[in-house]
Design a protein around this ligand. Structure first.
Ligand SMILES: [Zn+2]
Length: 198
C-alpha cells in the first residue's frame, strides 16, 4: 500500500517536474526573445500553472498505480523479454498504441467541443488566449482524466515491450505540444461549426 502511494506520488512528481522544466524553459526563452510578450498575462499564467499541476497529479496517479502493479503483481501486458513476441511485433505495437491514442484523442476532443462539455471542461483550455508557455497541461480535471486513462488502460489490453512503451510516451510528449493541440482544436471547431454543433 505504501509502495503504491509512493509510486503514485513519484509519478506525479515526474510529470509535474517535466512540465515545470519544459514550460519554464519555453517561458524563459520567450522572455529573452520577446520581452514583454506576456505582460499583463500574469493572472492567466497563474491559472495555467494551477490547472497544469492538477493535471500532473491526474496523469501521475493512475500511471504510478499501474507501474506499481506491474512491478509487484505482474499486472498489465508489458513485457521485458524482447523474444517474447516476434520482432515485427515491436513496430506493430508502436503503431497500434499511437493509432489507439490518436483515435481516442480525436473522438474525446470532438466530444469536448459540444456545447455542454465545452462549457464544463474544455473552455479552461481555450481560455488561454494567447496560450503562454505555461498552458501545456492547462486542462480542466474532466479533460485531464480522459487523457490520463488511455495508456494505463492500453497496457492491460495490447502487449508492449517496455522500451517501445517508453518510445510511445516520448512521441506523445513531443506531439502533444501546444502547437499540435492548437491545430487540433482549430480543426475540431471548424468541424463543429459545419455540423452545427457549436
Ligand atoms: Zn479544443
Amino acid at each position: 500500500m505504501t509502495a503504491m502511494i509512493f509510486s503514485a506520488l513519484a509519478m506525479t512528481a515526474i510529470v509535474g517536474v517535466r512540465y515545470l522544466l519544459s514550460s519554464g524553459g519555453f517561458a524563459l526563452a520567450t522572455r529573452l526573445k520577446h520581452p514583454g510578450l506576456y505582460r499583463g498575462l500574469e493572472p492567466q499564467m497563474r491559472r495555467e500553472i494551477g490547472w497544469s499541476l492538477a493535471s500532473a497529479a491526474i496523469y501521475g496517479i493512475p500511471a504510478g498505480v499501474v507501474a506499481w502493479g506491474w512491478q509487484t503483481h505482474g499486472w498489465t501486458r508489458i513485457y521485458t523479454d524482447v523474444d517474447a513476441w516476434p520482432l515485427w511485433y515491436l513496430p506493430a505495437s508502436l503503431l497500434a498504441y499511437l493509432l489507439a491514442h490518436d483515435t481516442w484523442f480525436y473522438w474525446t476532443h470532438r466530444w469536448m467541443h459540444r456545447p455542454r462539455p465545452f462549457r464544463i471542461a474544455h473552455a479552461v483550455h481555450h481560455a488561454s488566449r494567447p496560450p503562454t508557455a505555461w498552458a501545456a497541461m492547462s486542462f480542466h480535471p474532466v479533460e485531464a482524466i480522459t487523457g490520463a486513462v488511455v495508456i494505463p488502460a492500453l497496457v492491460f489490453l495490447i502487449p508492449i515491450h517496455v522500451a517501445v512503451l517508453g518510445l510511445v510516451l516520448t512521441i506523445m510528449t513531443v506531439m502533444g505540444s501546444a502547437t499540435t493541440w492548437g491545430g487540433k482544436c482549430f480543426r475540431a471547431r471548424l468541424f463543429m461549426d459545419q455540423s452545427g454543433g457549436g
